[in-house]
Design a protein around this ligand. Sequence first.
Ligand code: CMC
Length: 390
Amino acid sequence: TGIFTYDPGFATTASCKSAITFIDGDEGILLYRGYPIEQLAEHSTYLEVCYLLMYGELPNKEQGESFNHIISQHTMVHENIRDFIDGFRYDAHPMAMLVGTVGAMSSFYHDSLDINNPEHREISAQRLIAKMPTIASYCYKHHRGMPFMYPDNNLGYVENFTRMMFAVPAEDFTLNPVAVKAIELIMILHADHEQNASTSTVRLSGSSGANPFASIASGVACLWGPAHGGANEAVINMLDRILYSGETIEQVIARAKDKNDPFRLMGFGHRVYKNFDPRARLIQKMCYDLLKELGGDQPLFELAMELERATLEDEYFIERKLYPNVDFYSGIILRALDIPMNMFTVMFAMSRTVGWISHWMEMHEDPEFRIGRPRQVYTGAAQRDYPSGR
Ligand code: CMC
C-alpha cells in the first residue's frame, strides 16, 4: 500500500545527513570537512586527509604523528590472509580478490568487535586504512605470481604501498619520487565523494549492524563497476581498443552519440558535476606534466588528448555537460607509471576506504540512524489465485 516517491538512481533523494564532504556540482566545488580539495591537494598528505575525514579537523603535530604511528602499527595482516589470497586462481582479477579478501577480514575481527563501542569502531577504521595497501599489493603479487612483500613501517604510507607493489626480495629497490607524488595526489582526490554509489552501499550494508570489514567489502564490490570506480580501467581498455582497431576520433565520437549503440566514452560525464570536475582539473595538470617527464605510451596519450579536445568542441558533449572526469586522467597517469590496468580500481578502493569508513562511523554516531530500507513502485501482476488442478 502507499505511493512512494519514485526516484530512479536516487538522483534527488538525500539518504542521510553528513558533515564530511560538500559538493556543488554546478560550481565545481569539492570540500572535505570544509577545506577545498585544491588546497588539500597542494598542502596536505594522504594520511593527514584520512585524519581530517575521520575526525573532522586537521591534526596538530602531535595528533598527526600519533595517527601516523598507529596506522603504521597495523599494516601487517594475519598470515592466513596470505594463504587465503593464494587460494585464488592465478588469473583472478585483483578487484575480485580484493572483494573477497576484505570480506574475509571480518572473520579475524568479529567476535571481539562491538560496533556499538566507539573505540572498537575507531580501531576498525584504523585497521582498514592500514591494511588496505598490504592487501591490495598482495592481490597484485598473487596475480603476477610474484613473492609477497611485507610492509616496511619505516616508510610513509604511499611509499610503503609503492614498495610492496614494485619491490622484489631479490633486488634492492629505489622509490621513484615522481610515482609517489602522483599516487599521493590520486589518493587525496579519491579519498571521499559524499554519497556516491559505493559509499551509499557501505552505509546501507552497515545500517543493518553488519561487520565493518564485510560492509567495506560491499563498497569494493560496488566500486568495481565501469560506471563507477571501474571507469579508470575502462578508459585505458577503450583507448587500447581504439588504437588497435584503427578507428578515427570522428568514428569513436559518432558511436558515443549513437543511441542505438551502448558504447559510452569512458571517463566522461558525471552525475553531480555538470560544469567541471574540480578533481579532474587538478589531476589534468599532473597528467600533462607527467607525460612530458616520463614519455611512456605516446600513441595512447596522444589519442586521449585528441579525444579530450574533440569532445570539448562537440555539441552533443557541450549540451549534456559531459567533460572528462577524474578517472579519465587517473587512468592515464597510472598507465604512465607502468601500473597494470587491473590494479587501477584496486588503488581507487584503497584511497576510498577512508571515505567509506568515515561515513560508516558517522552513521553509527547519528541519533537518527535507522536501517536503510527503500520502497518501490510495484509494477507486477495484481493479486491472483493459484490455478486449481496444478
Ligand atoms: N558518453 C556518451 N554519452 C554519455 C556519456 C558518455 N560517457 N555519459 C552520459 N552520456 C549521455 C547519456 O547518453 C544521456 O544522453 P541523453 O540525455 O541523450 O539520453 C546524457 O548524457 C545523460 O546521461 P545519464 O546516463 O543520464 O547520466 P548519469 O548521471 O546517470 O550518469 C555517468 C553519469 C558517470 C554514469 C555517465 O556519464 C557515464 O556512464 N560515464 C562513463 C563512465 C565513467 O566515466 N564513470 C566514472 C564517473 S566519475 C568517478 C566515479 O564516480 O567513480
